[in-house]
Design a protein around this ligand. Structure first.
Ligand code: CIR
Length: 264
């Protein structure tokens, strides 16, 4: 794939948060998310994606799945096709089948992780060179092996890495800023998993800013992390800050809220 294909996209899919979001999974209870505030943040997020010229499909809320706003975990979208994931959280398993028809409407090739292994999109970082996948409480070796078989047949290199203990997903702690540049927390990059890349670190105490998305010409990042924002800007990127207080209560961030791709 061309290097730019890791951050330039014509399409995104999002899903509006459901009223059941109050029952969303969380590692630590820091309060109940407010649906109205989350919707307002979500509207700003979608508007920012659209402002780059992309087509954004906004799916309706799915009350049966409290975490279904976090669509990233349901699929991996690559230039050659989409792969429907198999989430490791039992309450989220059905979200993948809900997403599949929307991918089939846009892609010629859609593959499935069939199990018994599990894997969630939040553990997968596609760079300009390779696909990094972190084992986590949600993503296991069998799930990664199944993904490897599909993506290597499509010409990608897959490298297995580790999600820091106590961190939900690999990408909770990192994101791609361009084909060769990664934003990372110090605790994650210390593992050496980004050796050979240009790494920009989140500022001290701003680890929660690590999950951003580069989408066409902008970097969407959670609001409230000025030192990290300044670092990203000083490296030549254009940031847009999006409120993330409500998603953060459910361990969610910028990448979780969309699937980003160019259909083929
Ligand atoms: C969960 O625990 O599954 C959701 N509350 C948060 C999912 C965040 N998704 C992501 O980082 N890709």
């Amino acid at each position: 794939m061309t290097k730019d294909a890791s951050f330039r996209f014509t399409h995104a899919i999002t899903r509006r948060p459901a009223a059941s979001i109050t029952d969303g999974l969380r590692a630590v209870d820091t309060g109940t998310p407010d649906l109205q505030r989350m919707q307002a943040h979500h509207d700003a997020y979608v508007a920012t994606l659209r402002a780059t010229g992309a087509t954004v499909v906004e799916l309706p809320p799915l009350d049966a799945y409290p975490d279904s706003v976090f669509v990233e975990d349901t699929a991996l979208c690559l230039p050659q096709g989409a792969i429907v994931m198999r989430p490791g959280a039992p309450t989220r398993l059905g979200e993948a089948a809900e997403m599949a028809p929307h991918l089939q409407a846009l892609y010629t090739t859609v593959e499935w992780i069939r199990g018994p292994g599990t894997i969630e999109g939040g553990d997968i970082l596609v760079t300009g060179r390779e696909i990094l996948v972190g084992q986590s409480a949600r993503t296991d070796a069998a799930g990664i092996a199944e993904l490897r078989a599909i993506v290597t047949a499509w010409g990608h290199a897959l490298r297995e890495v580790h999600t820091p203990p106590g961190v939900l997903h690999f990408k909770t702690d990192c994101s791609l800023l361009d084909a060769d540049t990664i934003l990372s927390t110090g605790r994650l990059s210390a593992s050496g998993c980004f050796d050979g890349y240009r790494v920009i670190h989140t500022a001290e105490g701003e680890e929660a800013a690590a999950n951003t998305i580069r989408f066409n010409d902008v970097v969407l990042m959670p609001a409230g992390f000025p030192a990290t924002r300044d670092r990203i800007e000083s490296e030549g990127f254009t940031t847009v800050e999006i409120g993330n207080t409500e998603c953060a209560k459910l361990d969610g961030g910028m990448s979780c809220l969309s699937l980003r791709f160019t259909p083929s």
